[in-house]
Design a protein around this ligand. Structure first.
Ligand SMILES: [Zn+2]
Length: 158
């Protein structure tokens, strides 16, 4: 096992790993943006490997459930050949809604890392207990980039 010594290597703190993965989720969010979908992207990481990706496709699929996280959960479960996502981390650019948080409960995913908060539709402003008690939550990773993408999308819509 590799242990990071923060003092020896200040340029490479552990938090950067989360930012690197969030960058990958942001790439997918930008892809959604280009396709005129609400720009949210998600990836699922297991043992340092990306095993599921998704971005919002509600317009393309004409399906209100086609959120980035739902696509990523399905892809990861297909990859693993099992429905549970233990020892996996979901990176998503915007706080999950109650539907996706509810789905994450059923996957028993180990950790969720999200970028921007969603004050209106985010699960935490509605009911925090939707999340599985074993799931660790981390918020605010590349928050500014994630939020700005959303803001510029909705600015264009007006
Ligand atoms: Zn959702």
């Amino acid at each position: 096992m590799k242990v990071y010594n923060f003092e020896d290597d200040p340029k490479q703190p552990l938090a950067n790993i989360d930012e690197q993965y969030m960058q990958e989720a942001l790439k997918l969010a930008r892809k959604a943006f280009e396709e005129d979908e609400i720009p949210i992207g998600a990836i699922i990481v297991s043992n340092g490997k990306i095993i599921g990706k998704g971005y919002n496709m509600t317009e393309r699929l004409n399906d209100v459930t086609a959120h980035a996280e739902m696509q990523a959960f399905t892809a990861a479960a297909n990859y693993l050949g099992g429905k549970y996502l233990k020892d996996c981390t979901l990176y998503v650019t915007v706080e999950p809604c109650v539907m996706c948080a509810g789905a994450s409960y059923w996957t028993q995913i180990s950790k969720i890392v999200y970028g921007a908060r969603d004050e209106k539709r985010g699960y935490s402003s509605i009911h925090e207990k939707i999340i599985h008690p074993k799931t660790i939550i981390q918020s605010g990773v590349l928050e500014k980039d994630c939020a700005e993408l959303m803001m510029s999308f909705f600015r264009n819509k007006r």
